[in-house]
Design a protein around this ligand. Structure first.
Ligand code: SF4
Length: 372
């Protein structure tokens, strides 16, 4: 049995999967930032669905957006304008970065979704911002209750926390399969596994993860391995960039992506007031680049590099992703100070110009092999 195929399949038919949950009576609520407290959505008898883009040119979105909009936000908006997300009952957007912040108005105006909610996510962590964020989460809870007529009790919230924490712990075990050399699952497969958790019920995903963990060591087609890499940077919502890297001798064994390790690394405390625990987890989680934390923003990235024993690092930013572009020079320095070779790249979400990218990555990998 191919224990990995179900994850790939979920992604390839993600819109059908979403509709199948709707047919079973679930509300579907889209989200676009890993700071969205999905447990609340789940507790409201709903399935949280990550809104992602496609590799096609964004010609519908280009009509509305300035040229310096990041290509991820552009691609997601393009998919929405094409009607790919017409089934959504709701959408939650937060002001994690300026691009996401500003796209809220355009979604609201041009994409007709019955319920649209904005979460004001602080960019610092202090006692005051924790209190502020708790109030934001409380406001979100109330709004979900009113919109969907579902009661979010402590019991339903605790149940959602339990299911989501189980998913996170299982995903960590899946990541541990990459500590081996060669790893038991490739970087592209690992990303597909995490991404697929964002397009279906976490309960269903937990069942698939347990099956994978039971069968991974006996797989007939383990990855070949290669130069052990950490990939760090902007959001990656499909496995193609990682496939490109792995097809030319790289082996992506670790990441710090908001659709990768940063998505599931931290648990929600199962003690005390569940709403407060959820608010605390999301504000205290491994931080994204929009957070203002000089000196500490890279600790997770460096920890991942050490834990997974990487030989080199690829730092990248999507074009016009200002938060990651600002971080990149300092992050490159951090790795160079640890004698790890680093390649910095900028790419478009659509991967246009991928031949040139491939050439640069190939040359980098050759250089790393030559040094090693
Ligand atoms: S963090 Fe970067 S890639 Fe992600 S939405 Fe913001 S600008 Fe775009």
């Amino acid at each position: 049995m191919d224990v990995l195929r179900p994850f790939r399949t979920l992604l390839s038919i993600k819109h059908d999967v979403a509709r199948s949950w709707q047919a079973k009576g679930k509300h579907l609520v889209g989200w676009s930032c890993a700071y969205t407290p999905e447990e609340l959505i789940y507790a409201a008898n709903s399935i949280p669905i990550m809104v992602s883009g496609s590799l096609e040119p964004s010609k519908h979105a280009d009509v509305y957006l300035p040229i310096n909009t990041c290509s991820f936000v552009r691609s997601c908006f393009d998919s929405a304008l094409k009607g790919d997300y017409e089934y959504l009952d709701g959408l939650v957007i937060s002001n994690s970065c300026d691009n996401r912040n500003k796209i809220f108005d355009l979604w609201k105006h041009h994409v007709k979704i019955p319920y649209v909610h904005f979460i004001n996510t602080p960019h610092t962590r202090t006692e005051g911002t924790h209190n502020f964020f708790y109030d934001e989460i409380f406001r979100f809870k109330t709004s979900l209750q009113v919109t969907f007529g579902e009661k979010l009790s402590d019991t339903t919230l605790k149940n959602a926390i339990r299911i989501f924490n189980e998913n996170r712990l299982l995903l960590k075990k899946v990541y541990d399969l990459r500590m081996k050399d060669p790893p038991l699952i490739s970087g592209a497969e690992a990303l597909e596994i995490v991404l697929s958790s964002m397009v279906t019920s976490k309960e269903e995903h937990n069942v698939l993860l347990k099956r994978l963990l039971a069968g991974a060591s006996n797989r007939a087609d383990p990855p070949k391995g290669g130069v052990r890499l950490l990939v760090s940077g902007s959001v990656v919502d499909n496995s193609k960039p990682i496939r490109i890297i792995e097809a030319i001798g790289g082996s992506v064994v670790a990441d710090d992506l908001c659709t990768g390790s940063k998505y599931f690394w931290d648990l929600v405390s199962s003690h005390g007031d569940p709403l407060r625990a959820i608010a605390k987890r999301y504000l205290d989680k491994v931080s994204s680049s929009f957070m203002l934390e000089p000196g500490t923003n890279f600790s997770h990235t460096i920890e991942m590099a050490e834990r997974f024993d990487v030989e080199a690092v690829i730092v990248f930013a999507l074009k016009f992703c200002d938060t990651h572009m600002f971080d990149a020079p300092q992050l490159v320095k951090e790795f160079e100070a640890r004698d790890l070779p680093v390649l910095y790249l900028e790419w478009e979400h659509s991967l246009s110009g991928s031949a040139q990218l491939k050439t640069r990555i190939e040359a980098f990998l050759e250089m790393v092999k030559g040094v090693g």
